[in-house]
Design a protein around this ligand. Structure first.
Ligand code: CA
Ligand code: CA
Length: 299
């Protein structure tokens, strides 16, 4: 005889077992990863993470290789490089120029900054009817005589101000001995942006007063105000050789060639020489991708 109580208990147990099994199956089919899967998901995440780390590493290695490749210049040794990465200007390489009144404007620290995307920004702004522009220099931080100096930058095509990458030393002010005791070398400046696709190379020596002497050349380069371009100078004992996008644009020994170390300057200045600032769309920006300096390898 079958005990009805036992039967009910068996029925109850069977149902419970079935429910558990069904629930278990449901659970297993709904979340197959919960048993092996959760491990596998974690593993996948870890793999994804590690792959992405690998990719990032490979990318940065490639970038680094590119940089090193670019930095490797046959016959030359890199002595200075700034790619303007990060958020803050590297104060081991640059300082803001003093906030001097300059012609029709004033240098202002807040107009020279990094954009966080790998560029130095040298800006020109109008505030309360006054004009402010950015200026940085490597005075007392990096100075060199002779070598190869290169900047990659996007130059604004506006009126009433000019941007420049130049070399300077205090002895530029010394009258006599021509430029041999110090010459301002303007690797590029952009006072003629309003007139078309010309930029200027220039030298200044024997101060800026009555004895001031200068030499310059303003090459026409189609599209120079569109996109990024390189501007470079080779300064050796015999002459200065200027380049735009690796093509020689000017070769001169005017002033007798400076023999003294100079520091780097990247600036914007407001002045009538470049036209009427009121016609400019402000703020305007010079975007600098990098600056590199080399010295000749000794044989
Ligand atoms: Ca002199
Ligand atoms: Ca850069």
């Amino acid at each position: 005889m079958t005990n009805p109580k036992r039967l009910r208990r068996q029925f109850f147990l069977t149902c419970t077992l079935l429910i558990v099994l069904i629930a278990g199956c449901g659970s297993a089919s709904q979340y197959p990863a919960n048993i092996d899967g959760s491990e596998s998901v974690e593993k996948t995440n870890a793999e994804v993470k590690s792959e992405s780390e690998k990719e990032t590493k490979i990318e940065s290695e490639d970038e680094m290789k590119e940089k090193i490749k670019a930095e490797t210049k046959e016959g030359w040794k890199l002595t200075f490089a700034d790619y303007f990465e990060g958020e803050q200007l590297d104060n081991t390489k640059w300082a803001h120029a003093p906030e001097w009144v300059r012609k029709n404007g004033q240098w202002s620290n807040q107009e020279a900054f990094l954009d966080g995307e790998g560029h130095l920004i040298i800006q020109v702004s109008e505030r309360d009817g006054k004009y402010y522009s950015g200026a940085i220099r490597s005075k007392d931080l990096f100075e060199q005589a002779y070598g190869y100096y290169e900047i990659r930058a996007k130059v604004p095509k506006e009126e009433g101000f000019w941007t420049a990458f130049w070399l300077m030393s205090d002895s530029v002010h010394q009258v006599g001995n021509d430029g041999r005791d110090g010459t301002e070398v303007d690797i590029f400046e952009s006072p003629f942006a309003k007139d078309g696709d010309t930029i200027q190379h220039a030298l200044h020596w024997d101060g800026y007063e009555g004895d001031h002497k200068s030499a310059g050349l303003a090459p026409y380069i189609k599209g120079i105000y569109e996109g990024f371009h390189t501007f470079a100078l080779e300064w050796n004992e015999e002459e200065y050789i200027f380049y735009v996008d690796d093509k020689e644009t000017w070769r001169t020994s005017a002033g007798g060639v400076s023999q003294v170390p100079a520091y780097l300057k990247i600036t914007a200045e407001v002045g009538d020489w470049a036209g009427n600032i009121k016609n400019a769309t402000l703020p305007a920006q010079l975007e600098v991708d990098y600056v590199r300096v080399y010295e000749r390898e000794t044989k």
